[in-house]
Design a binder for this molecule. Structure first.
Ligand code: AMP
Ligand code: MG
Length: 346
């Protein structure tokens, strides 16, 4: 298949290009498009055959449900059986934006989207390209990140093409995404809403709005504890094995230095994902994700940093951790997954 590539203005998207992309969706095709979080791979969310194409283009595990993207708050009605007061509060405060809500689903939601769960995940994105496309298509748009399953999520159209060129019908290029990590996912079907995945709407913001919020149990270990199917998969990962060093700075930076020296002494080629403040010895393939003091900057650069190792034959990658406040919680969640939970505590 030939993948059509279209540049589109992020702030003033061209209606003709949006109409063309919407037409591809309506005909059952796949369109990669920008959102404020990462690039999404969209299909008509009411068309099971189109949704199945997302799973095969990405190589996505069949039990990992998709988020439905809508253009207006009123579009929730068709998809959710019941909208609890807490969910309404969150919608009014954070939509449009990087927040996904899990609600009880209606029969309108295909099994292909919810993977047999009786719930559906819904988001109203802020990106004008995304909203314009969804509005023109006139249907909810199912859209996971537009990467090959398990690889770092795409934050540019070029990243999308590296993974999916020839496997999708179209990609819209509106430049790099603002936030750089996926949406926050909150389960609103529990008596107290539960944070399933940290993201652009931070835990601090949710707590301020809701008063009370639960955080889903630690990831990576107890399979039973996994509430969101996507949580159990290794994700966002570069090709080489990555080890995350957790702990206070600068002690953790010293441990990274020791680990690098050890690996190099064993003749290994070493990569490192670190902050701008950390000095690396010679010979290390470096991916700098930004200043330690700026979690927004780190979130925006994170996946790009992980893709630095794509063309590099490194044997091992060491990664620096950051404090888990604000967007730092989302960054650390992605780093732990990218490391497949190989963690050294400094
Ligand atoms: P992605 O779009 O690939 O970044 O991931 C969407 C995330 O939302 C995954 O972690 C899914 O497991 C999660 N998700 C989607 N639908 C549901 C649902 N009905 N209940 C719980 N989690 C969901
Ligand atoms: Mg994804």
């Amino acid at each position: 298949m030939l993948t059509e590539y279209c540049v589109i203005d992020a702030k003033h998207p061209d209606k003709f290009i949006l109409a063309q992309a919407a037409d591809v969706l309506i005909r059952g095709g796949l369109v990669a498009f920008p959102t404020e979080t990462v690039y999404g791979l969209g299909a008509n969310g009411l068309d099971s055959a189109a949704v199945a194409r997302i799973f095969s283009a990405k190589g996505r595990p069949a039990d990992n449900p998709l988020i439905l993207h809508i253009a207006e708050i009123r579009d929730v009605k068709e998809l959710a059986r019941h909208v609890p007061a807490n969910a309404k509060k969150l919608m009014n405060k954070y939509w449009p934006g990087p927040l996904t809500l899990v609600l009880e689903r209606t029969q309108a939601v295909p099994d292909a989207v919810s993977c047999g769960l009786n719930t559906v995940a819904i988001r109203l994105p802020e990106s004008l390209v995304a909203r314009g496309l969804i509005r023109m298509a006139g249907v909810p748009v199912a859209a996971p990140s537009a990467n090959t399953s398990g690889r770092p999520s795409p934050t540019t159209a070029q990243d999308v093409l590296v993974d999916l060129n020839g496997k999708i019908n179209m990609v819209l290029d509106a430049g790099p995404c603002d936030i750089g990590v996926e949406s926050t996912v909150v389960d609103c079907t529990t008596p107290v809403p539960t944070l399933l995945r940290p993201g652009g709407v931070t835990l601090e913001m949710l707590r301020a709005t809701l008063g009370e919020i639960e955080v889903a149990p630690a990831l990576g270990d107890a399979e039973d504890a996994v509430r969101s199917p996507g949580m159990k998969y290794t994700h966002y990962a570069p090709a080489a094995q990555m080890i995350l060093v957790e702990g206070e700075y600068p002690a953790a930076a010293a441990v990274i230095g020791d680990q690098i020296a050890k690996a190099q002494a064993e003749g290994k080629r070493v990569g490192a994902v670190v902050s701008a403040e950390t000095k690396l010895p010679p010979g290390v393939v470096a991916a700098v994700y930004g200043s330690r003091n700026n979690p927004e900057e780190i979130a925006a650069n994170l996946y790009n940093a992980l893709r630095v190792f794509d063309g590099e034959a490194v044997d091992v990658i060491l990664a620096e951790s950051i404090p888990e406040t604000g967007l730092g919680l989302a960054v650390m969640n992605r780093l732990r997954k990218a490391a497949g939970y190989r963690i050294i505590k400094a």
